[in-house]
Design a protein around this ligand. Structure first.
Ligand SMILES: Cc1ncc(COP(=O)(O)O)c(C=O)c1O
Length: 443
């Protein structure tokens, strides 16, 4: 009997013992093709020797020195590298250990920024429905992932959320994409006006919605409108690129596609590719200035902020991404993955949509077909769990999810493979996915 408090107490987890490139192996020798990098984490593949060596070297020299006392070389170099990639000069970077912490940092920074500027009432953070920003209380409070909010609703702040930007379900008939973008963004202006601009600190959104909706990029022009609205009402724009950043869409920052510059952007997952827990909250110079010039201290901090070995992992991941031009290959590989999925499932009525950007892609499944396969499971296993378990049996790691939109459950399977993925993996993954659908839909 294990002493581990597992995510799910009634599930038996295989024990992973080693990994290499695109694969993870469990202790029975079963091989899993990692087509989602876990949860879009692994971007350079597993056990990359250069990254393992860089981490070992850092740990052999200086694993950790508390950042209340010291800075360290990997933190300095990684911050400079990230700031260099940002659209504006002199950005500042705050390092934490996971996506939730990065978003907690972002909302605390927005709140304290406005206090430093003398706007003490600017405290509300507006989010979007069907979004996910993390599982800590603050990050979950700004999230619209209903399944994750529900068990702890009473603990959460009651902050407002606007409709997501998702043309497939929210664009009106005969509405052009441009008109939809403007109308969809205007919902933020309505929300700001309802609360009063003097009370709103920030708006947060994922440029490509990941886990909750399954790889949904914004309609063209949406974020440009959002940026204008934020500027008009002095509301900070926080973009959560925990899942879609660090090259996953084909550009280093996902917001480069949207042609906007956020005030704060958060990164995690691919930033250290799973080699160490690491996240970053990057802020524009003008935000950092308010703390530097206003004699205000940013009141925050965790024990492992700026962890030397974690930052060394991040640094090495960025070096490997650059040396092998991996981000440059993401758009092409994403297109090939999409083509392969359409070839395999274009005529399959169980698959109703193909979407995504770069190597953040998803298929949407017909809920009726999925429900047809549900036959008296006891205890009831959700369809999402059934999809994940069936995939594991097929030797496939993918990331299924569900969102309830217009009173209907919409299921998707997210695919976010490491950037080293090759064409042959796409057909293999599609064959395994067919096995998953056959098992779950009973076809
Ligand atoms: C967009 C986004 N933000 C934040 C988080 C939370 O990150 P973490 O699980 O590392 O705390 C996630 C995790 O899936 C995410 O996808």
């Amino acid at each position: 009997m294990s002493a581990v408090f597992y995510r799910s107490m009634d599930h038996e987890y295989p024990v992973a013992v080693r990994a290499s490139g695109m694969h993870i192996y469990d202790r029975t020798g079963h091989e899993y093709l990692d087509m989602s990098g876990g949860a879009a984490v692994s971007c350079v593949g597993h056990q990359h020797p250069e990254i393992v060596a860089a981490i070992n070297e850092q740990i052999g020299t200086l694993a950790y020195a508390h950042t209340a006392f010291f800075s360290n070389r990997p933190q300095e170099e990684l911050a400079a590298m990230l700031a260099d990639r940002f659209a504006e000069p002199d950005a500042r970077v705050y390092f934490t250990s996971g996506g939730s912490e990065a978003n907690e940092t972002a909302i605390k920074m927005a709140y304290q920024y406005w206090r430093a500027k003398g706007h003490n009432n600017k405290t509300t953070i507006i989010g979007r429905e069907h979004s996910y920003h993390g599982n800590t209380i603050g990050a979950l409070s700004i999230s619209g992932n209903l399944a994750r909010r529900k068990p702890v609703t009473g603990l959460l702040h009651n902050w407002p959320r606007i409709e997501p930007n998702y043309a497939r379900y929210y664009r009106r008939e005969n509405e052009s994409e441009a008109d939809y973008s403007v109308r969809s963004a205007s919902l933020l202006e309505d929300a700001i006006q309802a609360i009063g601009p003097d009370n709103v600190a920030a708006f947060i959104a994922e440029p490509v919605v990941g886990a909750t909706l399954g790889a949904v990029p914004a309609s063209a022009g949406y974020f440009k409108e959002i940026r204008k609205i934020c500027d008009r009402h002095e509301v900070l724009l926080i973009l959560d690129e925990v899942m879609c950043g660090t090259g996953r869409t084909g550009r280093f920052f996902a917001h480069e596609f949207d042609g906007v510059v956020p005030d704060i952007v958060t990164l995690a997952k691919g930033l250290s590719g799973g080699y160490m827990p690491l996240s970053a909250t990057l802020v524009r110079r003008c935000i950092a200035d308010a703390f530097e010039q206003g004699q205000a201290r940013f009141s925050h901090g965790h024990t492992h902020v700026g962890h030397a070995a974690a930052c060394a992992a991040g640094l090495s991941v960025l070096e490997v991404l650059g040396r092998y031009q991996l981000i440059g290959s993401v758009e092409d590989k994403g297109r090939c993955l999409d083509d392969a999925l359409r070839q395999h499932f274009g005529d399959d009525a169980r698959v109703v949509d193909f979407r995504g950007r770069g190597l953040l892609r998803a298929i949407e499944l017909d809920p009726e077909a999925l429900r047809a396969g549900v036959t008296g499971h006891s205890p009831p296993v959700s369809i999402v769990e059934r999809l994940r378990n069936a995939a594991m049996r097929q030797g496939l790691i993918c990331y299924p999810g569900m969102a309830r939109i217009h009173d209907k459950d919409r299921y998707h399977i997210l695919l976010a493979p490491p950037f080293i993925v090759e064409n042959r993996h796409f057909d293999e993954a599609a064959d395994k996915l067919r096995g998953v659908l056959n098992e779950v839909c009973g076809g």
